[in-house]
Design a protein around this ligand. Structure first.
Ligand code: GLP
Length: 243
C-alpha cells in the first residue's frame, strides 16, 4: 500500500486527477471504477477541466461501486443522478459504456449477478477509485461485510444513514439498503486509489493503514492488495504514526 499525503483537498484532487490522466493516456480504453460521495467531487471537477483541455474519454468504460436500493436512476439523490451531474454530462464518455447498479430493479440478486457479469465481460476493472466511510466502509460494504463477498444487496449501518442524510431532505428518506460491489469484487480490480480528506476520516484511515486486517474495518483489506494507493490530505492523515 502506498500513501501519498496532500496538503489539502484541492491538492488531493489534483494528485488523483494526475494519476487517472496518466493511466488514461497510456490506456485509452481504460475500465474505470468510480465512487460517489463528497470526496471524489474535486477529482471529477479536475477531470472535466482536463477533458475541456483535450483529455479523451470516448473509449472509456466505467463501473460505479454502488447505488441506493429503491431509488430510481432519475431520483436526485441517486448515484445515477450524481454521476450525470458531476461527470458524465461534462465529458465525452459513451453513456452506453457507463454502468451503475440499477437500484430500481425489484430483483436485486439478478441485478447484482448481471453487474458482476458485465465487469467480467469488460475484462475487469483496471483502476478503481474509492472513498471511505467514517466507519471504514468501502463502497457500501459496512463493518462485518465478508472479504469473500461479491456484488449484493446490503443493509446500511446506522452511522452511514446519518452521514448520508445531508443528501436527502429528511433522514427518514435515506434508503436503508444499497446494491454494492463486494469486497472481493473490489480486491479483483488491478489498481486501486482510495481518497480521503478531513479530520473526520482520520480514525478510519489510521485503522485501515496501520490496524489489523479485519472485516470489522472493511478498508483494512486493502493492505492485502498488490497495487493500492491512498491519496489523503493532512487532516485525514493526522492519526497515522508510521509516516
Ligand atoms: C458513501 C459511499 C461510499 C463513499 C463514502 C464516503 O456512503 N457509498 O462509496 O466513499 O460513503 O462518502 P463521503 O465521500 O461523502 O465522505
Amino acid at each position: 500500500m502506498h500513501i501519498k499525503i496532500a496538503k489539502d483537498y484541492m491538492e488531493m484532487s489534483k494528485v488523483a486527477a494526475d494519476l487517472v490522466e496518466s493511466i488514461l493516456r497510456k490506456r485509452p480504453g481504460l475500465v474505470l471504477g468510480l465512487a460517489t460521495g463528497s470526496t471524489p467531487l474535486g477529482l471529477y471537477k479536475e477531470l472535466v477541466q482536463r477533458h475541456k483541455a483535450g483529455l479523451d474519454f470516448s473509449k472509456v468504460t466505467t463501473f460505479n461501486l454502488d447505488e441506493y436500493y429503491g431509488l430510481s436512476p432519475d431520483h436526485p439523490a441517486s448515484y445515477h443522478y450524481y454521476m450525470g451531474e458531476h461527470l458524465f454530462e461534462h465529458i465525452n464518455v459513451d453513456r452506453a459504456r457507463t454502468h451503475i447498479p440499477n437500484g430500481a430493479n425489484a430483483d436485486a440478486v439478478q441485478e447484482c449477478k448481471n453487474y458482476e457479469a458485465k465487469i467480467k465481460a469488460a475484462g475487469g476493472i483496471d483502476l478503481q477509485i474509492l472513498g471511505i466511510g467514517n466507519n471504514g466502509h468501502i463502497g457500501f460494504n459496512e463493518p462485518g461485510a465478508p472479504f469473500g463477498g461479491t456484488a449484493g444487496l446490503v443493509d446500511l449501518a446506522e452511522e452511514t444513514i446519518e452521514a448520508n442524510a445531508r443528501f436527502f431532505e429528511r433522514q427518514e428518506d435515506v434508503p436503508r439498503q444499497a446494491l454494492s460491489m463486494g469486497i472481493k469484487s473490489i480486491m479483483q480490480c488491478a489498481q486501486i486509489v482510495l481518497l480521503a480528506n478531513g479530520a473526520n476520516k482520520a480514525d478510519a484511515i489510521a485503522k485501515a493503514v496501520e490496524g489489523p486486517v479485519t472485516e470489522a474495518l472493511p478498508a483494512s483489506v486493502l493492505q492485502l492488495h498488490p497495487n493500492c494507493t491512498f491519496i489523503i490530505d493532512e487532516a485525514a492523515a493526522q492519526k497515522l504514526t508510521g509516516v
